[in-house]
Write a protein that binds this ligand. Sequence first.
Ligand code: ADP
Ligand code: TRP
Length: 361
Amino acid sequence: MSENISKPAKAAEKEVVLSGIRATGHLHLGNYFGALSKFVRMQHDYDSRYFVADLHALTTSPDPSALHENVRNIVAEYLAAGLNPDEATLFVQSDVPEVSEMYLLLNMHVGIGELMRTASFKDKARKALGINSDSDDIEKEIIGTDSNKRVNAGLLTYPTLMAVDILIQKAKKVPVGKDQEQHLELTRRFARRFNSFYNVELFPEPTNFDFGGKPVKVPGLDGSGKMGKSEGNCIYLIDDEKTLRKKVMRAVTDEGPKEPNQPVSQPVENLFTLLELTSAPEVVQQYRDAYADCSIRYGDLKKQLAEDILKITLPIRERVIDLQNDDVTIRRILARGAEQARETAAKTLAEVRHVMGIRRF
Ligand code: ADP
Ligand code: TRP
């Protein structure tokens, strides 16, 4: 057998997986089930690269000291949840300056119309402008003179930057939650457009990854559809036991089923969804059956849910506390990660520059 065949696959031969989370606060169960737990499961089998998106955070949260703290916290939470810097490349987005240059270049092939039609842009612009209606006619408000400080160009070009994060590493798989699928669709579109405009095969078209299942949407405890930092309805990985129990016990429910097999209301279905993510299938079935025959007590369901969530989050919390003040370890890991991420990024950027005609004399 030749030496090449007998050696285990080197990182460079494995498929590249890339994902990141914005540095806008501590990580919650939505981030964990939508993204981080997948990062951990994938790290050994793929050439995995995970980063903290600090530049993306600037589009909505430009507070310098909060940003720096958030980056540190997320790195600590990545490590505490089981990411291993010997298996995966861990880095901070702004430590790879090639990303910013390619962002400028790719923007030349992105239309402002398609960016303005992106759902996440419309949501964030509406929030920034204080518009409550679902009306699509926000263009006029955005162009209005008073909007220029509140809806910045970084927010509009957010999908370009995200596409660059992915394309510069030539990633094929991008584990993210359901809410990011439109951004991934745009990334594929930009990759196709670039390849075809220059008649090259530079970028693969990346897809979401969910171990064969459907991408999850973790619901909030307030009866709303999505757990999210800006929704104020989160269970954080670093919540202490008392806080976490209190949050779960206060979760919105309804008056309880009045007749057998009654349809389940949204807030109660949310609790079942959380139970499905955190508890054993028999436990979930037991509560589903109790709902169907009207014997369910929501208090018991919540106690069970809090218990099962704590089994996941408490060990993570303990490791976060150990790591949070260990800047030496964090600095070492991030320096190595940045070096590894920049190696690929510099190669891709050189190709992009060449293809676009930016060449040295
Ligand atoms: P947030 O929505 O709280 O601001 P981010 O936008 O930074 O969080 O999301 C980081 C990652 O976590 C993305 O992959 C996103 O899809 C995932 N994610 C966030 N919230 C949820 C949720 N409620 N359910 C599933 N995945 C989620
Ligand atoms: N937009 C993603 C979010 O809000 C974060 C992100 C930025 C990302 N760049 C990325 C995710 C590249 C995957 C790949 O969660």
